[in-house]
Design a protein around this ligand. Sequence first.
Ligand SMILES: [Zn+2]
Length: 264
Amino acid sequence: MKLKRYLWITILTITVLLGIILPGRTQQHTSSHTLFQTSTFSALLTGIYEGNTNFKELKKYGNFGLGTVNYLDGEMIGLDGKFYQLKADGVASVIPDSMTSPFATVTFFKPQTLINLQGQINYQQLQQSLDQRLPTKNYPYAIRIQGNFPYLKLRSVPKQTPPYRPLVDVVKEQSIFELRNVNGTLVGFRTPKYMQGVNVSGYHFHFVTANRKTGGHILDGQFQNAKVELDTLSNVEINLPKTAEFDQADLEDSKPTEVNRVER
Ligand SMILES: [Zn+2]
């Protein structure tokens, strides 16, 4: 009887230990409903266009997200575990795991809320309608809108070389594309005002077509009966670049007005 009890205790102990060890061995590092980002938006604004977090690492923190890649070589979008580079010529390509990013926001997308926006509305109205219907404005949200879009105005940015200029100067050379009656997915985030500088406060969307051939950062659009899926993110994790450029950048003087000139 006593031996049997020891045997059971041993089995139990091993089971508990495996329970602790095994999840650590899987790919997913972060619990659900976590916004994970590398670097900060204010660092990108000042011209920190090189980071040392690659997409193999980013995928451990999310299968869904947006941002850019090193040298600001286009926009970046991630969905269903695949990440795409949307270059200034409008062409989308799959990002290799070895590529690095100076700014990216990702999560494991698990929507809990669906908002149906009836009728045809523009991008401004989409943001206002969502603001009125959000459960609260105090958490960040990951947002997905899939389907057909009557009109989308997208942009992407050209690859940069050092010495890097601030983002506000670089976006003057952005390319703009207009797509009509297009199928695809919008991947976005809404972060609270108090996260200004850390991320892009308010709404920020990137788009990729259903055939994954083209896409970009959303400047404007028309939305027809949009079905908006929301994931309320109650955890935020920030990984800061370990580079000399980040180390020496002057991030004390943040310019919130620049976000509107760069991202809207
Ligand atoms: Zn963007």
